[in-house]
Design a protein around this ligand. Structure first.
Ligand code: CA
Length: 680
């Protein structure tokens, strides 16, 4: 394909979502090349930093920073990025996986725990494995029939299935090598998280704390599938022997008969591993039921709910713990993404871990010993005034909703949920898919443990008619040393995708309203947008093959907010699921061509001119509304592809006339494109 034709296609591609570079020749080339079966050992996993072209484990490196040193795609050329290939997943529910790329092969998961291996250059399907999860298990999954990805080790691909199995597949063929059932299937356990490889073992947790289960994390021998260790996160029936001293100490912080209602504390997502310190970090979830009132009626901190646990990977022993929300009662899990980094804090070199859990505080913890360093609210927080110097939150009276309906922020969706954040060591910033969703809690006086349905202890009917204004999201750039915001991009809807940051001064993120966006990492400027036709919740990843850098993202709306968001989720994009892979045009344009593209009399510049000809008179110059007439920077986020229709038809009775005679459909889309560059 010629260079010029490709640039021309790119312009059409931006408008219609049609790929420019999808190239059948590349696919046929790939079928003649030999994909190498994932030969990954512990040394290669630990040295992932030296292998920027690959994405070997869930968060790229064991530190889970989701930072890529690749800089083929940069802030000064990202505007040329185009679709290289698209894999239609054939699914319609949530896609949450981060694909891995090892030796030219991409491995990812779809809904119902299906695994697929693709040629990472062409998108050609090499194999597909369906664990045939019984669809009746879907009822046990709080937050959609999702899966967040696989682990790769020693020629095998590991996946946790929704029905509680851990399966090892042959990396070359996709055939199962072994599988074990990791849960008591008579209870409401499910697996949605990605396994991690730690010291030759496959570590996997599970979910179910909305349904009366007791949390734990297990490690299996990677070669044989034999159980190596299992660590419970909350105490069981105290009339039985405690599994460990750590659990015995935890039991002293519980009251009543918690073991009869489950306890919770499930390890359903985040883990990170420091091979030098020999510590595996896992995040634990909320109480089961949510309400301490019903779970531990005499009070208590209820260890190790909502905690970060540092475990010895050889035996699963708890080395230290840090609890983010003592006496958890709001579904404030600490299962959110954990990032390990080394940084200068107060003139000291610290090995830290960072987390932005649901409770709204951003934590920096010393990962050697669990010592609290700092915590500051990264979103609006009503339940606690601050975290004191000892690392304990100081609660605000009345927020435990003992006196009836109570509004609390954040809510059970969290100031940030499972959507991974990323850390860029060049900018020193953490990029958080943050959200502001008003929470409302009311004790359910009729709570009784039930085999089916939620066991929350609160009454969800308070959300029956929540206005969209009660929920919003933004991309937040956070300085973890100063514990302060550096910039933000308002995004209208909450529940946007995880983030990827790169040495090209970029942050990539998908949105609930169906856009995939590249931002400048240092100042948050919007640089490039593609329309994905469905909301994106997964985190993007990047890789390089034969000198070409690719960016991949799973697009598929769903997850907890996707299912239950209701009136607060109006305006999300709902389309068929897909895996989209982007790259620069195959014939790299010259600097002159890039310059010509940037200064072209093209879409954004045309949109800007049209906006100021027809819209600015009421909506403000530069798309900044200086009156009570709606600000179109916000409206374009809410309306998405409906905005051009409104521009042409108008809104009857509001004073917004239709410009259908003056603006062609294409003109109206160009205005939309211009406004999208103004949302920062
Ligand atoms: Ca939960």
């Amino acid at each position: 394909m010629s260079r010029l034709r490709c640039v021309g296609f790119f312009l059409i591609g931006i408008l219609s979502g049609v790929a420019c570079g999808h190239d059948k020749d590349a696919a046929s080339d790939a079928s003649t090349s030999q994909p190498i079966a994932a030969v990954v050992d512990s040394a290669r996993l630990a040295g992932a930093e030296q292998e920027p072209g690959s994405w070997l484990s869930h968060g790229r490196t064991l530190s889970e920073q989701r930072f890529s040193p690749l800089d083929g795609i940069r802030a000064d050329n990202v505007m040329l990025l185009q679709r290289r290939w698209v894999y239609d997943t054939g699914t319609t529910r949530g896609l949450e996986a981060t694909p891995l790329v090892v030796d030219g092969v991409m491995y990812t998961t779809l809904t119902w725990s299906v695994v697929v291996a693709l040629d990472a250059r062409s998108g050609e399907v090499l194999w597909r494995y369906d664990p045939l999860v019984p669809r009746s298990v879907g009822e046990k999954a709080c937050c959609d029939v999702v899966n967040r990805g696989v682990a790769v080790y020693a020629g095998r691909i590991y996946v946790g299935t929704l029905d509680g199995r851990l399966v090892a597949l042959d990396a070359e063929t996709g055939d199962p090598v072994w599988e074990v059932v990791t849960v008591d299937r008579s209870l409401n356990y499910t697996i949605t998280g990605a396994p991690r490889i730690v010291a030759g073992k496959v570590v996997i947790g599970n979910g179910g704390a909305e349904f009366g289960v007791r949390g734990y994390v297990s490690a299996y021998d990677a070669a044989s599938g034999e159980l190596a260790w299992r660590t419970f996160t909350v105490p069981g029936d105290p009339s039985q022997p405690f599994e460990s001293d750590a659990i015995k100490r935890a039991a002293e912080t519980w009251t009543g008969e918690w073991w009869k209602v489950g306890g919770g504390g499930t390890v359903w997502d985040s883990m990170a591993y420091d091979p030098e310190l020999g510590l595996l970090y896992v995040g634990t979830g909320n109480g089961s039921p949510w309400t301490r009132h019903h779970r531990s009626p005499g009070g208590g901190d209820n260890l190790y709910l909502s905690s970060i646990l540092a475990l010895d990977p050889d035996d699963g022993r708890v080395v230290w713990h840090y609890q983010t929300t003592p006496g958890e009662t709001w579904d404030f899990t600490a299962t959110q993404h954990i990032i390990l980094a080394d940084m200068e804090i107060g003139n000291e070199h610290r090995k830290v871990l960072m987390q932005a859990p649901k409770n709204g505080f951003f934590y920096v913890i010393d990962r050697e010993n669990g010592e609290f360093i700092s915590a500051k609210p990264y979103v609006t927080v009503s339940w606690a005034s601050h975290v004191n110097a000892a690392g304990r939150p100081i609660e605000v009276d009345g927020q435990r909703f003992a006196d009836g309906l109570t509004f609390v922020t954040p809510t059970f969706f969290g100031g940030h949920n499972w959507q991974p954040m990323s850390f860029n060591p060049i900018t020193g910033l953490v990029y958080i898919p943050a959200q502001e969703i008003l929470g409302a809690y009311r004790i359910d006086p009729n709570f009784k443990l039930s085999k089916r349905g939620y066991n929350l202890g609160t009454d969800l009917s308070v959300f029956a008619a929540f206005p969209p204004e009660a929920a919003s999201g933004h991309l937040l750039a956070w300085d973890p040393v100063q514990q302060q915001e550096v910039w933000r991009v308002p995004q209208g809807l909450p529940w946007n995708g995880g983030t990827l940051t790169t040495a090209g001064n970029l942050v990539f993120q998908g949105t609930a309203d169906g856009r995939f966006v590249a931002y400048r990492a240092d100042d948050g400027r919007t640089l490039w947008v593609d329309h994905t036709e469905t909301g994106v919740i997964a985190a993007p990843m990047t890789y390089e093959i034969e000198g070409t850098q690719y960016v991949a993202v799973m697009a598929g709306w769903g997850g907890a907010f996707g299912l239950i968001g209701g009136t607060a989720a109006r305006g999300v994009a709902k389309g068929p699921g897909k895996l989209i892979v982007y790259a620069q045009p195959e014939d790299a344009p010259t600097p002159e061509e890039i310059e010509a593209y940037i200064t072209r009399p093209g879409d954004v510049a045309d949109g800007e001119r049209l906006y100021h000809r027809w819209c600015a008179r009421c909506h403000g110059a530069g798309a900044v509304s200086s009156s009570n007439v709606p600000d179109l920077r916000e409206a374009v986020v809410r309306l998405g592809d409906k905005l051009p229709i409104v521009a042409r038809i108008g809104l009857q009775g509001t004073g917004m006339p239709g410009f259908g005679d003056e603006l062609s459909e294409r003109d109206a889309v160009l205005i939309q494109r211009y406004l999208e560059t103004r949302t920062d």
